[in-house]
Design a protein around this ligand. Structure first.
Ligand SMILES: Cc1ncc(COP(=O)(O)O)c(C=O)c1O
Length: 434
């Protein structure tokens, strides 16, 4: 087989050009990998075709947004029908009601919802809402949890956790308290004597390596928030509509006060976010009740809840509600991948797999990570990169370069999963020989 570099000359050229106009040649630094990323020409189902005509099995799958694969036919048909009537109008329309109602039917803790253009914005507004409702300021977030680029939550994302991203002011993060993930005792101790507005947590730490929270951890956070009159925010941007039709909260049976959503909520094809909760909290956004600007939690945006996003989201979510077998299928593929790759790595002393449902993380660590800090600080970066490259040579794209993980979609087949296991086995055998 030809190598990645010999078969991607046009991508190499495009990357050279991209570097002249885009910092680092990309629009999101995690999209870069060595020697250069391939450039997508087209996408369909679980496949990507690059500008040189190479075809890849895609586990990046739109940063996990494409639960049903690329260009899922029912969603594409709904989009095509809607295009004739309007795309972005900037005034109310029926599809936004349909999607909001659908979300509140599916996500147990949501009565009302507001739409944003990204998961980042959804988290920003959720934090604002928690602060406004409780009239307190401190927000607890966890090491290695990723909530997007919003200043107050953009801390302790990548190690070392005591260093912040360039450009953040100490004021912006002064009311954020960072604590270890999956360590309830530390949370109890840390919040003991202080007032907190809320706790934000990823029920499964996604970008940090697909590491699920322990159910006792989430239950404990719920109790702490109740005791301290603080709001519990679940960031379900990844887990929402992926782990089940009701998200992670349904699987764990722990109800947050506010849920943030993204990715799948717009049918997987559009920039989107959403946050929602019980009426009691959401009414703080209601301009008919809180007429004064300073009494209300502001949320808005030019492209929010545009017609295409809402029609796509509604079409997909109503199908997910009707067809629970989709989750059985996704979970079975995820389980097989986690188990088989895990066995290969563990047998050779190379590492572990983590995850839940259709989320699979691969860790070249000496211990099975229960928190993102362990996963990120103990991993063998070189092996992670080599694994990513080996998969690329086999026309498989994982996400991301130093942090290999897989998002499974319903378009993936058992043969795809078997091919990925086989490629991992080859890699594992070769690396122990080196
Ligand atoms: C858990 C989680 N929260 C928030 C975000 C940010 O969402 P967006 O990229 O839409 O701003 C992401 C993005 O990957 C995420 O994984």
């Amino acid at each position: 087989m030809t190598t990645y570099e010999s078969s991607t000359p046009r991508s190499r050229e495009l990357f050279e050009k991209a570097k002249q106009y885009l910092p680092g040649g990309v629009t999101y630094s995690i999209r870069y990998f060595e020697p250069y990323p391939f450039y997508v020409y087209k996408a369909y189902a679980q496949k990507l075709v690059d500008v040189d005509g190479n075809e890849y099995t895609d586990y990046w799958i739109g940063h996990g947004a494409k639960l049903m694969g690329h260009k899922y036919p029912p969603v594409m048909e709904a989009i095509n029908r809607q295009i004739e009537y309007g795309i972005h109008v900037g005034l109310p329309h029926e599809w936004e009601i349909n999607l909001a109602r659908q979300i509140s039917r599916m996500v147990p803790s949501i009565d009302k919802v507001r739409f944003t253009n990204s998961g980042t914005e959804a988290n920003m507004y959720a934090v604002r809402l928690a602060r406004a409702y409780t009239r307190k300021t401190v927000i607890v977030k966890f090491e290695g949890n990723w909530h997007g680029g919003y200043d107050a939550l953009h801390v302790a994302v990548s190690p070392p956790y005591d260093k912040v991203c360039a450009g953040l002011t100490s004021e912006a993060i002064g009311d954020t308290m960072v604590l270890p993930y999956n360590d309830l005792e530390r949370v109890e101790k840390a919040v003991g004597k202080i007032e907190i507005a809320g706790i934000i947590v990823e029920p499964v730490a996604g970008a940090g390596g697909m590491i699920p929270a322990d159910v006792e951890f989430l239950k404990g956070l719920r109790e702490i928030c109740d005791r301290k009159n603080a709001l519990l925010i679940f960031d379900e941007v990844i887990t929402g509509f992926r782990l089940s039709a009701g998200g992670a909260q349904k699987i764990y049976n722990v109800m947050p006060d506010i849920t943030t959503l993204g990715k799948i909520v717009g049918g997987g094809e559009f920039a989107v976010g959403a946050f929602g909760g019980r009426n009691e909290f959401m009414e703080l956004l209601d301009q008919t009740k809180h007429r004064e600007y300073h009494e209300r939690v502001f949320q808005g945006g030019t492209f929010t809840a545009n017609m295409l996003m809402t029609v796509a989201g509604y079409t997909l979510l109503s199908e997910l509600e009707r067809r629970p077998e989709i989750y059985t299928y996704l979970d079975n593929l995820g389980e097989k991948l986690r188990k088989n790759i895990g066995e290969i790595l563990e047998k050779l002393g190379l590492g572990y797999t983590t995850g839940i449902g259709s989320l699979v993380g691969v860790h070249f660590t000496p211990v099975r990570p229960r928190d993102v800090k362990t996963a990120q600080t103990m991993k063998d970066k070189e092996k992670s990169r080599k694994y990513f490259k080996h998969l690329l040579e086999n026309r498989i794209i994982a996400l991301t370069y130093e942090n290999p993980q897989f998002f499974i979609s319903s378009a993936h087949t058992i043969e795809d999963i078997e091919k990925l296991i086989q490629a991992t086995e080859e890699f594992a055998k070769n690396i122990v020989k080196q």
